[in-house]
Ligand binder design. Sequence first.
Ligand code: SIN
Length: 186
Amino acid sequence: MSFNTQELNKLRQDLTTYDEIWVFAYGSLIYKVDFPFIAKAQTSIVGWTRRFWQGSHDHRGTPEKPGRVLTLIPTKGEICHGIAYQVSHEVFEHLDYREKNGYLRYEMDLYFADQQKKAGLVYIAPEDNEAFLGEASEFDIAKHISDCRGPSGENKDYVFCLANALRALNIEDPHIFEIEKWLLKQ
Ligand code: SIN
């Protein structure tokens, strides 16, 4: 799959057919909300975990020295907690551009705190995308992140901003907090 998924995403869902569109945020979309939204709510998805296994050539690294950012990995029985934003379909022009480095839009069930279940869209960078870096220990990921930066800033600031945002939401995530711990020790 090519690096730039912007055009592919336009073909994946016809957003004009949705009555309500919710986008699920598990990474930078939680703390960097540079798009208008109609409503937001704490939400979960089932069977996925966040991992810093995706390369970033355009935000937290460069093509010569890709940083590491989050994607979701299918994991039986796991629940990934995040935020869902209700948005208009025009917002996807911006989101598809922002998430173009390997992320595809997937439709899945979002579980809201009030027990409601609604369909939502989630950007996931699958393992077969060219920017995928894959598994490494939290220590090695922190070492890699500490040495990278790109147009959106220092790679470590992605981790710090996300960890702070998760704590504010009372969301526990051992992978994220372990990487943050190693980064703070450097
Ligand atoms: C997300 O935050 O939901 C997508 C991944 C990212 O942009 O960090």
